[in-house]
Design a protein around this ligand. Structure first.
Ligand code: NDP
Length: 365
């Protein structure tokens, strides 16, 4: 039985710096406003992914995706269950899907690889075009939630950033910032699998213990410790690959410790995401003297090759050699207050919002 109304969360106002309580607002919509047309399906959203990049998506600036408009449902990755299908739809009731439920048609035309990004939007229900969703079935050792983490955009970012951009080789020294986060913790594990010496950087002693004790990194460093710079120099020496999730002073420190032909993978720069006037980078001339390479990347550019990475990571989940951690916040209404946790470091592992239990669909049509 469907409800009379459902909830969506829309962008109310663009923040200047930090996300504020009134950045987003909740809207109650009448359920009968949802019309399922040809080649469409109605999806009940179960989980949403919260990602640092969302701060960029609500900034009115040129980027790899168009900004979310004021009044639009907040874009996000997510999972859901098909609860009703339109004529000609390739889906069946009960299918577990990820898709571009909240995205405008224009966004999909411009960025078709987003289909593989699991985009749902901050909504309890959505009508989605068939082309904007993928049916998923978790491989052995995995759950559907893994498609928001190691088997989804997060995992693809870690895999292609490390292997294709970083070109990591066995015996090299890999340094990872944001190491206890979703992307970083997988980069650390893939780095160990590739035979590298891995040093992870995180913001609390507990996160450092998890990295060393459970994920097997060679050394984890707390960047909030007063002795961090000295600890970094002692533990790292010089590095071959720096996988950067945070930018700022940690990037500058890494740039001062490059081996010849080092690779700096610019995955993200979370330390500057809420900064209205981000600063430039100091120490970039080390890139010249060490003949190093610094390259940014966007995961969607590797969409054609995702299957290779999914297969490898799924094998690691199945044999237990790849571990993942989730930080689950209950309730769609808590998504706006949960998002800032990413910028304060309050999340431990992949941050997701649970919107609903998977509905039990009795008859598969
Ligand atoms: P995480 O799970 O890593 O969460 C963010 C973490 O960043 C926090 O837990 C916090 O951990 C750390 N952090 C926050 N502020 C700072 C700061 N000022 N200095 C240092 N660390 C900080 O998020 P994700 O794994 O989802 O994302 C990691 C990075 O990957 C982000 O930069 C994101 O934008 C990027 N990304 C890039 C993609 C691409 O295509 N290039 C695709 C997907 C993600 P702590 O307690 O350790 O401070």
């Amino acid at each position: 039985m469907f409800p009379n109304t459902f909830t969506q969360i829309v962008l109310r106002e663009r923040p200047v710096a930090d996300i504020l309580p009134d950045t987003f607002e909740s809207k109650t919509k009448a359920f009968d406003e949802l019309h399922v047309g040809q080649n469409q399906a109605l999806v009940q959203v179960t989980y949403l992914s919260l990602d640092p990049a969302m701060r960029g998506w609500i900034r009115d600036t040129r980027s790899y995706l168009p900004p979310v408009k004021i009044g639009e449902v907040m874009r996000s990755g997510g999972l859901g269950v098909v609860v009703s299908v339109g004529e000609g739809s390739k889906f069946r009731k009960g299918d577990l899907v990820y898709g571009m439920f909240g995205a405008s048609a224009r966004t999909l035309v411009l960025f078709p690889s987003l289909v593989l990004m699991l985009c749902a939007g901050w909504t309890e229900y959505a009508v989605a075009n068939d082309k904007s969703m993928e049916k998923i079935s978790p491989p052995p050792g995995a759950t559907s939630l893994d498609f928001l983490n190691t088997l989804g955009m997060t995992g693809m970012t870690a895999y292609f950033g490390l292997h294709h951009v970083g070109q990591l080789k066995a015996g090299e020294t890999l340094v990872v910032s944001g190491a206890a986060g979703a992307v970083g913790s997988l980069v650390c594990q893939l780095g160990k699998k590739a035979g590298a010496r891995v040093i992870g950087i995180a913001g609390t002693p507990d996160k450092c213990s998890w990295l060393e004790g459970d994920l097997g990194v060679d050394k984890a460093l707390n960047y909030k410790s007063p002795t961090f710079r000295q600890d970094f120099v002692e533990a790292v020496g010089y590095l071959d690959v720096y996988f950067d999730n945070v930018g700022g002073e940690i990037l500058e420190l890494a740039l001062s410790r490059l081996n010849r032909h080092a690779r700096i993978v610019l995955c993200g720069g979370i330390s500057a995401y809420n900064d209205p006037q981000p600063k430039g980078i100091k120490g970039h001339l080390n890139i010249v003297s060490q003949r190093a390479k610094m390259q940014g990347f966007v995961v969607f550019d590797y969409a054609e090759q995702y299957a290779v990475a999914v297969k490898e990571i799924a094998a690691g989940l199945a044999d237990g050699s790849i571990k993942s951690k989730f930080h689950i916040v209950e309730g769609l209404q808590n998504a706006p207050s949960a998002l800032p946790m990413l910028y304060s470091g309050a999340n431990v592992g992949k941050l997701v919002v649970k919107v609903s239990d998977e509905p039990s669909i009795s008859s598969k049509l």
